[in-house]
Design a binder for this molecule. Structure first.
Ligand code: AMP
Length: 451
C-alpha cells in the first residue's frame, strides 16, 4: 500500500510576513496544477501552531475567516496534494503536524521517500504509532525520537536517515526550515517577500504574491529562517544534481523557472527538436491543450506548418489522472477536449502532446479528430516513450500500465489509431533543456534509477 501513495505536490513556506497564511494561500493557488486532491496550511504565531487541511481545491479548503482568524502568525507553510489514495485521504493531507516532547512541528513535502517502508518498519518496531500512510510522517517520528538538544540538529540527523526525493519545509513555533535532497529531484526556490522570505516549488507562486526570486535552494542544502536574521545555509548532504526532466516535459507551469530555466522555453525547444528529428507532411500543427501548446508552437515554427488551436479544452474539470478507474478516465477525456470541426475537416493534422502514459488520451483524441473529418492524423510526442514508473514523486502508474513498457512505437501507433507516431529521442530531449552533463533524471524514459 505504501508504494501506491506517492506524493506529487506543491509546497510553500512564508516567513516574516504579517499576512503569512494569505500569502501561502495565494502561492498554493498558483501551484494548484501540482495537486488538486487536498490542500493545507499551518501557521505559527510564535507560541502555537495552527492547522487547516482538507480534501479539495485550494479555494474550497480555506475561507476568509480561516485565513484571517485561525491561521494567524507571521509564518506559514502550505501544501497541495496529488495522489491516488481513496476516500479517507484527508488523513493523508499535509501539512503533517505533531505535538511532541520539544513542542510542535508541521512539515510539508514534495517528492517520494524511497526507503520509507524500511524506516517506518524500524520506527514501528521501536514503538512508534503511525496515524497515516504517508512517507512524510516518518520525519516527524525521526525528529521527535532524536536525542539531540537542538531542533536544527534533530532535523539534520533525521534527513540523513531518509532517501529519495524531498523538497521539504518545516515549521516550528519560531523558525522555518527548507531542505532539498542531494539530487534536487524536485524544484524548490527561495524568494524575498517584503521584509521576509518565501520558498516554493515553483516560481509562478512568487509572481502572484509579488516576491522577488533570489535563487534555488541547492541540492542537499538546508535553509534556516529565524526572526531578524538573514536565512542561514547549511550543506547537509553532498550535492549530486539529478533534476526531474519531467518537470520540464509536463509537470511545472510554463511561466515558472525551474532548475534555473523557463519551462515554456524548454517546451518550445522540445517542439522545435521534434520537428527537426521527426518531420511529417501535414496541413496543420495542433496541440493537445494545455500541455502540448508550447511544444506545438515550437514544432510549427520550425516546420513552417501553420499552428492552430484545433482542439478546445473545457477548463472546469480536473486532470484526467485523478479518477482511478479506467471508465471514469475515458469519460473525462471526452468531457475535457473537443475538436474545432470546421478547421479540421479534410486536413492532414499533426497533433502534438507532451507524453503518452497509458495511451487513453491519444486514442480518444485521434478517434475524435477522425470523427471530425481529419484526412490524416500524425501524432508527435515531445518526450521519449514513458517506459518506467517514477519513484521520485511523479504520479506514473505501474510499469505494466505504461503502454510503452511493452509495445513498440508501431504497436502504440496501431493501438491509438494514428496514421503515424513518433517520439522525441532522449538525446534531443536533453539538448532541448540545454543539458551539458548528466544532471537530469530521465528514469521514466530510460529505466536508469539513481536511487
Ligand atoms: P494517457 O492518456 O495515460 O496516455 O496520458 C497522457 C496524457 O496525460 C498526456 O496528455 C499528458 O499531458 C498527461 N500526463 C502525463 N503525465 C501525467 C501525470 N503524471 N499526471 C497527470 N497527467 C499526466
Amino acid at each position: 500500500m505504501l508504494d501506491d501513495l506517492n506524493e506529487k505536490c506543491a509546497v510553500v513556506g512564508v516567513f516574516g510576513n504579517d499576512e503569512a497564511s494569505k500569502m501561502a494561500f495565494l502561492a498554493l493557488h498558483a501551484q494548484q496544477h501540482r495537486g488538486q486532491e487536498a490542500a493545507g496550511i499551518s501557521s505559527a504565531d510564535g507560541v502555537k501552531l495552527h492547522l487547516i487541511k482538507n480534501r479539495g481545491l485550494v479555494t474550497k479548503v480555506f475561507n476568509e475567516d480561516d485565513l484571517e482568524n485561525t491561521l494567524v502568525g507571521r509564518s506559514a507553510i502550505g501544501h497541495t496534494r496529488y495522489s491516488t489514495a481513496g476516500d479517507d485521504s484527508i488523513l493523508d493531507a499535509q501539512p503533517v503536524f505533531a505535538r511532541y516532547n520539544r513542542g510542535e512541528m508541521a512539515i510539508v513535502h514534495n517528492g517520494n521517500l524511497t526507503n520509507a517502508a524500511e524506516v517506518r518498519a524500524d520506527l514501528i518496531e521501536k514503538g512508534a504509532i503511525f496515524q497515516t500512510y504517508m512517507d512524510t510522517e516518518n520525519l516527524i517520528h525521526l525528529i521527535a525520537k532524536n536525542k539531540q538538544a537542538k531542533l536544527l540538529d534533530r532535523i539534520i540527523e533525521s534527513v540523513k536517515t531518509i532517501q529519495g526525493a524531498f523538497s521539504l519545509v518545516f515549521l516550528s513555533r519560531k523558525k522555518m526550515f527548507a531542505m532539498r535532497d542531494a539530487h534536487g529531484f524536485r524544484p524548490l526556490s527561495l524568494g524575498k517577500l517584503g521584509d521576509g522570505y518565501i520558498v516554493a516549488s515553483e516560481t509562478c507562486a512568487f509572481d502572484i504574491v509579488g516576491a522577488e526570486f533570489i535563487r534555488d535552494v541547492e541540492p542537499g542544502e538546508l535553509l534556516i529562517f529565524e526572526d531578524g536574521k538573514e536565512p542561514q545555509s547549511i550543506k547537509v548532504l553532498e550535492p549530486t544534481p539529478k533534476h526531474c526532466i519531467f518537470e520540464y516535459v509536463y509537470f511545472a507551469r510554463p511561466d515558472s523557472n525551474v532548475f534555473g530555466q523557463n519551462v515554456y522555453e524548454m517546451r518550445k525547444n522540445m517542439g522545435k527538436a521534434l520537428a527537426h528529428e521527426k518531420p511529417v507532411e501535414g496541413d496543420l500543427v495542433i496541440p493537445v491543450p494545455d500541455g502540448g501548446v508550447p511544444a506545438a508552437i515550437g514544432y510549427a515554427q520550425e516546420s513552417g506548418i501553420p499552428f492552430e488551436m484545433g482542439i478546445m479544452r473545457n477548463h472546469y474539470i480536473g486532470r484526467t489522472f485523478i479518477e482511478p478507474t479506467q471508465e471514469i478516465r475515458d469519460l473525462k477525456v471526452k468531457m475535457k477536449l473537443s475538436p474545432v470541426t470546421s478547421m479540421i475537416k479534410g486536413k492532414r493534422v499533426i497533433v502534438i502532446d507532451d507524453s503518452i502514459v497509458r495511451g487513453t488520451t491519444s486514442m480518444r483524441i485521434i478517434r475524435m479528430l477522425k470523427e471530425a473529418g481529419a484526412a490524416e492524423v500524425h501524432m508527435r510526442i515531445s518526450s521519449p516513450p514513458t517506459t518506467d514508473p517514477c519513484y521520485y514523486g511523479v504520479d506514473t502508474p505501474d510499469k505494466d500500465k505504461l503502454i510503452a513498457s511493452s509495445r513498440t512505437c508501431d504497436e502504440i501507433c496501431e493501438y491509438i489509431g494514428a496514421d503515424s507516431l513518433s517520439f522525441l529521442s532522449n538525446d534531443a530531449l536533453l539538448k532541448s533543456v540545454n543539458s551539458d552533463s548528466d544532471k537530469y533524471c530521465t528514469a521514466c524514459f530510460t529505466g536508469e534509477y539513481i536511487v
